[in-house]
Design a protein around this ligand. Structure first.
Ligand code: 9MG
Length: 273
């Protein structure tokens, strides 16, 4: 399987690591816009040196309870970083659900759109269809501000897979080729610990969709619930979760701790060679 991602063709026969680059004020000390941009670009280069295959640039936090940011603010955060990473040698993804940000980011060099809203915002399908960018279609229940209050499912696997099938169909109908799509069950997005564990346990079932699977478990609260560790002490749990996801069919893992994840996946690959 090969993912068409802008001018890149990503071979999905080995697991890929997507490194997270947050361009949100709470990720940095208060040093102003240039400092935030330079720090994010330096972090991106660091993640590439550590073995990241893809970078995911985000200007709005999607953590449970996070506040929305305006379109203008999001553009001012991410565009200078994308411009600074033009031609960096790995595909750069834009983490956004806003069509205007998608369009500007693709023009600034993004090869992939990582949309936690699965292109449901009016205009989002058309923006991606008009480009050659790949897209990650993610499932979530509710909005980041309130999604963890009372997540409810009759059958979480069935409902998440059904939703993703529908979004694949909508994207195809809009003119986005299947070889540009990735699906993601959306760990932690309107899901209890039990829902997340069921999705991870049965992740392999998602391979039936015949598009690459992305799993984002890094430092998430489900790992805090299991280990009792605070968010900055969840690297070991995150690496374990990424490895389990790959063993159960994930093609791409979205992580903060790139170096540690790359090493763990090298061991897994050596055993499987
Ligand atoms: C932006 N973001 C935060 N968590 C994520 C996850 O699990 N998957 C994807 N695709 N994006 C995420």
């Amino acid at each position: 399987m090969r993912l068409h991602c802008g001018s890149f063709r990503l071979d999905m026969s080995r697991p890929l690591v997507m490194g997270i680059v947050n361009v949100t004020p709470d990720s940095f000390s208060d040093g102003g816009r240039h400092f935030v941009r330079d720090t994010a670009i330096a972090h991106a280069h660091q993640l590439i040196a550590e073995g990241a295959d893809i970078l995911d640039i985000g200007g709005e936090s999607t953590r449970p309870g996070a506040q929305e940011v305006s379109l203008q603010e999001e553009l001012e955060r991410v565009l200078p970083v994308l411009e600074g990473l033009r031609g960096v040698g790995v595909p750069v993804s834009i983490d956004t659900f806003k069509p205007e940000v998608m369009r500007a980011a693709i023009a600034a060099g993004a090869s992939m759109v990582n949309d936690i809203n699965a292109l449901q915002q009016p205009g989002a399908l058309d923006v991606v269809a008009a480009s050659n960018a790949a897209v990650c279609l993610m499932h979530k229940q509710g909005k980041p501000q309130s999604m963890q209050l009372a997540p409810q499912y009759q059958d979480v696997m069935h409902e998440v897979m059904d939703f993703l099938q529908q979004r694949i169909a909508a994207a195809e109908a809009a003119g986005i080729a299947r070889n540009r799509m990735v699906v993601d069950p959306g760990f932690g997005f309107g899901k209890s610990l039990e829902h997340n564990l069921a999705l991870l346990r049965h992740l392999h079932d998602f391979t039936r969709m015949n598009v690459p699977i992305l799993a984002g478990l890094s430092r998430k609260s489900m790992l805090g619930m299991i280990t009792g560790q605070e968010v900055n002490k969840r690297a070991a749990a995150s690496v374990a979760a990424a490895l389990i996801a790959v063993q159960r069919g994930a093609h791409i893992v979205r992580v903060h701790d790139v170096k540690e994840t790359v090493d763990a996946l090298k061991v897994w690959q050596a055993v499987n060679a």
